[in-house]
Design a protein. Structure first.
Length: 212
């Protein structure tokens, strides 16, 4: 595979005359705090940026370096998110699907086909292809992965300033041991997902402490 995703899936579509191909990916399905953020990225045929890969395999400083390059060279970039209330009311799967649709709707250049990482998007009124491990295989999905990750990380840094003491700038809301201990000590913040069992348990324990 090398150190970056490639254009194999995009070229199959370009070859049959489908030029407007958007890659879609998300960041923030697993954390117990913060929104889930999706991005959709559409490039002109044969545009390629070296180093674009699955955001989980790209160091943070490299992601920040690639972000403006993607934004500059893409025909269109759309970002969508689902907040805590939507995650808790819909569940994380449907909240993620909603974020995907919002990201695609935010594109200023309409796609003819969507390449999506890992799963189909129910109800999407566009042709789509799901690619398992797509953020490691498809260039436009990998680009979307980086946009979504950088966008969400920046949001979590903002939340760190809004809700100090939880360490959101460091763990980005993921279930690290330190994060778990902080939630147990302070109780959940307004951006913690109450539908996630560690948060629900911490909230119950905190309520018990207050009533004792």
């Amino acid at each position: 595979m090398g150190k970056h995703a490639d254009l194999r899936y995009e070229r199959k579509l370009w070859k049959i005359g489908i030029e407007a191909v958007a890659g879609v990916d998300e960041a923030g399905v697993g954390p117990m705090a913060g929104p889930v953020v999706a991005a959709a990225v559409l490039f002109a045929p044969e545009i390629f940026i070296k180093g674009v890969h699955d955001s989980k395999q790209v160091p943070p400083e490299k992601r920040e370096e690639l972000y403006p390059k993607i934004m500059d060279r893409a025909l269109a970039v759309g970002v969508g998110s689902s907040g805590i209330d939507e995650i808790d009311s819909l569940n994380i799967y449907w909240a993620t699907m909603l974020a995907f649709k919002r990201a695609i709707a935010a594109l200023t250049h309409a796609p003819q086909h969507v390449l999506v990482d890992g799963r189909n998007i129910p109800g999407l009124k566009l042709p789509q292809t799901r690619i398992v491990g797509g953020d490691r295989k498809s260039f436009c999905i990998a680009a979307a992965s980086i946009i979504a990750k950088v966008t969400r990380d920046r949001l979590m840094q903002d939340f760190d300033r809004l809700y100090p003491g939880y360490g959101f700038a460091d763990h980005k809301g993921y279930c690290t041991p330190g994060h778990m201990r902080t939630v147990e000590a302070l109780g959940p913040s307004p951006i913690h997902r109450r539908s996630f069992s560690p948060v629900a348990l911490a909230a119950q324990l905190k309520l018990f402490d207050l009533e004792a």
